[in-house]
Write a protein that binds this ligand. Structure first.
Ligand SMILES: Cc1cc2nc3c(=O)[nH]c(=O)nc-3n(C[C@H](O)[C@H](O)[C@H](O)COP(=O)(O)OP(=O)(O)OC[C@H]3O[C@@H](n4cnc5c(N)ncnc54)[C@H](O)[C@@H]3O)c2cc1C
Length: 481
């Protein structure tokens, strides 16, 4: 039982992506009042595959959704790399993840995972068609203004509104006005690649043998003659989850305004058509051996194909007075490392641990102290993951350097492979207010400040409550029967 029975702060979450919805689920489990505001009018099953593993699966066990999530996953045991003429060129082996982290790596369809998480949010707590346009802090509250003229008031605002976060923009304007915005937080989000993603409708396993394997068939074709990498996962629902990455030659760190007017800065079908035509001819393995990306495009509903820029940046400033950022709003990774969703979920765990222990009366100054703790736990990990994602992204390029790197990865000695995986697997955070899930990894989980500290607060409150109960019992007269 969660002993934190004091009146809790009302949390306003902007953005119903994976990060915002996960935070909502955690707050629901903690009994903290919250509302989620999303600018889209409805949830569309957009996106391709996501990678899950020891870094987030313990949370799903704590929340009681692990079995359902796992039933929709296929284990990711190897990545098979192919040449453009569909010949296997090497394998990246992920079997050790299970032994080291206690959970096998898994592949799940993004819309499927999103749907499971969303179902845990009571419908009255999520508001669609709510585009945040401004907010203002007062001494004891924060008020949000939406494009439709409505206003909502709460004790704290969490900006989970993605790479082009409005919350971040508004918060940075205030920090800048106070002369405290670091130079590296100004300017546009750099990107080196654009990408097309989609997921086919369920296909006939007789036609596509890759659907019949128990583990996930994941193949990747690294372009040499053309600047395109393609990755295709055969999913649990017999779908192909696919992605084509276009490596841009120019240095493309243009202005933020230009990026946003580009329509490529957000996940959606608006800008996809031209790129679909450009990449149709690209070869991929699977099926009858003559497949191209065009075959997958033709089997994917047009309005579920997205084209986006893959921005890469970790921001230094994550909070203002009663406002903090979460997920892509404060760190945006290249998806090659499979770390975007996992890090948004881990941010939500850390914030959830802290928010659960706080009374609604805490002052703005105290919120800042809590947020500073959040940043100290999460920023170094985000920076590490950023570097790893950049490494994985560089593996996919069509340069001689990348070819050399790929050769090394395909032939990596076991001891070195282990060392790399240990680093990837050691961060396995949990919630302090739900029963701890036994850790089965052979690599010890990294120390988690929010778990230890808030766990200690919960224990002290529980002990105090027990002491009062014993005192009250001792004082009450014994009635002889
Ligand atoms: C539709 C979609 C499909 C994706 N597909 C893939 C994929 O195939 N592969 C992959 O690796 N990653 C994908 N991603 C990105 C990946 O899910 C994220 O990198 C990661 O999960 C972190 O999520 P987030 O919640 O921080 O941000 P996001 O997932 O970007 O969510 C941010 C949310 O905030 C909303 N929002 C933005 N501005 C406002 C505002 N002013 N007011 C209210 N709401 C606002 C957005 O509409 C969005 O729903 C996708 C993201 C989205 C939104």
């Amino acid at each position: 039982m969660n002993p934190m029975t004091q009146e809790k702060p009302t949390v306003l979450i902007v953005g119903a992506g994976l990060g915002g919805v996960t935070l909502g689920l955690i707050l629901e489990a903690a009994g903290v009042p919250f509302s989620i505001f999303e600018k889209a009018s409805s949830v569309k099953p957009l996106g391709s595959a996501l990678s899950l593993g020891p870094t987030v699966l313990p949370l799903f066990k704590q929340l009681g959704i692990y079995d359902e999530v796992l039933s929709k996953c296929k284990a990711h045991v190897i990545t098979q790399d192919y040449s453009e003429d569909r010949h296997p060129v090497g394998v990246v082996d992920w079997k050790l993840v299970h032994e080291l982290g206690g959970y096998a790596a898994q592949i799940i369809s993004r819309p499927v995972l999103y749907d499971i998480l969303l179902r845990g949010i009571p419908s009255g707590k999520i508001h669609m068609n709510k585009k945040l346009v401004s907010y203002f802090d007062e001494d004891d509250s924060v008020t949000l203004d939406f494009a439709d003229g409505t206003q909502y008031k709460g004790h704290v605002l969490i900006g989970a509104d993605g790479a082009y976060s409005t919350v971040r923009k508004l918060m940075y304007a205030k920090i800048k006005e106070a002369g405290k915005l670091p130079e590296e937080d100004e300017g546009a989000l750099p990107y080196r690649t654009t990408c097309l993603v989609g997921q086919t409708t369920p296909q006939n396993p007789e036609e596509f043998p890759e659907m019949r394997t128990e583990d996930c068939t994941f193949y990747s074709v690294r372009g040499i003659n053309e600047p395109y990498t393609r990755a295709v996962f055969a999913g649990k629902e017999n779908t192909h989850m696919w992605m084509v990455v276009h490596h841009l030659n120019e240095e493309l760190s243009s202005s933020q305004d230009k990026q946003e007017s580009n329509h490529n800065s957000e996940w959606g079908p608006e800008a996809a058509e031209a790129m679909c035509n450009d990449v149709r001819h690209l070869t991929i393995p699977g099926g009858d051996g003559n497949l191209t990306i065009g075959d997958l495009i033709d089997r994917t509903p047009k309005d579920l194909i997205s084209k986006v820029m893959l921005e890469e940046k970790v921001f230094e400033s994550w909070y203002g007075d009663r406002v903090a950022l979460l997920g892509d709003a404060c760190h945006k990774f290249d998806p090659a490392g499979g770390a975007g969703a996992a890090n948004a979920i881990q941010d939500a765990i850390c914030l959830g641990n802290w928010i659960n222990t706080l009374p609604k009366t805490i002052s703005t100054k105290e919120w800042r102290i809590v947020f500073q703790d959040y940043v100290e736990e999460r920023l170094p990990i985000a920076k590490e993951n950023f570097a790893k994602s950049q490494f994985f992204a560089s593996l996919t390029e069509n340069t001689w350097y990348a070819m050399g790197l790929r050769f090394m990865v395909h032939n990596i000695p076991e001891f070195l492979h282990r060392r790399v995986l240990v680093q990837l697997m050691q961060n396995r955070p949990q919630l302090s207010f739900l029963p701890y899930v036994k850790d089965e990894g052979t690599v010890p989980a990294m120390s988690q400040h929010s778990l230890i500290h808030t766990g200690w607060i919960i224990k002290s409150v529980q002990q105090e409550a027990d002491r009062h109960a014993r005192k009250a019992n001792a004082a009450s007269p014994v009635v002889a029967v």
